[in-house]
Design a protein around this ligand. Structure first.
Ligand SMILES: NC(=O)c1ccc[n+]([C@@H]2O[C@H](COP(=O)([O-])OP(=O)(O)OC[C@H]3O[C@@H](n4cnc5c(N)ncnc54)[C@H](O)[C@@H]3O)[C@@H](O)[C@H]2O)c1
Length: 307
């Protein structure tokens, strides 16, 4: 059995990736500092190293005997990154640099990074991998620098690196208990407690919502086979989204359909800094055989059932 390190494996996307990796036959190890992750998200028999990705000793211990690394650990909140830019840089950029160097020294072959559509900033229109980047937060900038570090490791050291830019991921285990949580988690929480769903602005802002199950499937697919980019080099970028723009008003309609009863909506003034439209094409990923399998209504129904 080949061993895979998943950093951030106790978190939302990480824990689903752990399950998908085990189903695919990987022996999984997790490195997670448990800052937002929870060990209860993990199967009891998964090896968990409680440590920091930016700590060289923890990173070296974690990558030992691994064939591949799926690097998800990060400080993930945009508002928190605005308040703590240096901490964001340390975890997201230095953490990636420390981990990938440990991986290189341990002869790890494949290294996959979770990056984000936030690198495009407020760029209007539908994004593809060649769209210009313009980070508007320390979070987005720190991820873009991490991407460049992976591209460097492909060029300078011949490492098989792959960069995924996720759009808005939703699904079970996404936390709703923080002011930074995603809109779907917050609304599911509101629906279950019969509270109104709050919309900032007119609700016509759009997002590309992708199920965590489909994201985990993409993560595992990227661990094997040829994932060189368009130019034939490793370090290529792949957007991970459904490719469909959904407005927040439409999202609430779908949530109401999934719930089966009326949901109260409350409109509040738009928040400064909120991106208006975010949608991208997943054509490049689809060309590698990936297809989103969970449509929004099915995904929301699953969420409400298990909330
Ligand atoms: N959720 C989304 O919509 C989304 C969108 C784009 C990109 N991403 C990226 O996907 C990845 C996973 O995000 P998530 O939504 O599952 O968030 P999450 O907070 O649930 O997961 C992050 C995990 O990393 C761990 N972690 C944080 N700092 C660490 C450190 N220094 N050392 C070790 N572990 C550390 C946390 O404890 C947590 O388990 C992140 O890299 C994030 O930037 C997520």
């Amino acid at each position: 059995m080949q061993r895979l390190l998943i950093t951030g494996g106790a978190g939302f996307i990480g824990s689903h990736s752990v399950e998908a990796a085990r189903r695919a036959g990987w022996q999984v190890r997790v490195l997670d500092d448990l800052s937002t992750g929870d060990p209860r998200n993990l199967p009891a028999d998964v090896e968990l190293i409680a440590g920091d990705v930016a700590d060289a000793a923890a990173a070296a211990q974690a990558v030992a005997d691994c064939t591949a690394v799926l690097h998800l650990a990060a400080l993930v909140s945009v508002p928190q990154s605005m308040a703590e830019p240096a901490a964001t840089l340390r975890t997201n950029t230095t953490g990636t640099a420390v981990l990938i160097e440990a991986a290189r020294q341990a002869n790890v072959r494949r290294f996959v990074l979770a990056s984000t559509c936030a690198v495009y900033g407020d760029l209007p229109g539908r994004k593809d991998e060649a769209s210009p980047v313009q980070p508007l937060s320390p979070y987005a900038a720190s991820k873009l620098m991490a991407e460049q570090w992976l591209q460097l490791y492909a060029r300078a050291y011949g490492m098989e690196t792959v960069i995924f830019r996720y759009f808005n991921v939703y699904g079970p285990r996404q936390r709703a208990d923080s002011p930074y949580s995603g809109v779907i988690a917050k609304w599911c929480d509101a629906v279950q407690s019969s509270a109104p769903c709050i919309i900032f602005g007119d609700g016509e802002q759009t997002r590309d919502f992708v199920s965590v199950h489909d994201v985990a499937a993409a993560n595992i697919a990227a661990l094997a086979g040829d994932w060189r980019g368009e130019d034939g080099a490793w370090g290529g970028v792949f957007q991970v989204g459904v490719g469909v723009s959904v407005s927040l008003n439409q999202l609430l309609d779908t949530l109401q359909q999934a719930a089966g009863y009326p949901i109260t909506r409350e409109y509040r003034p738009a928040r400064a800094g909120d991106i208006v439209h975010s949608a991208g094409s997943s054509d490049r990923l689809r060309q590698r055989g990936w297809q989103p399998r969970v449509d929004l209504e099915t995904g929301l129904r699953e969420l409400l059932r298990d909330w």
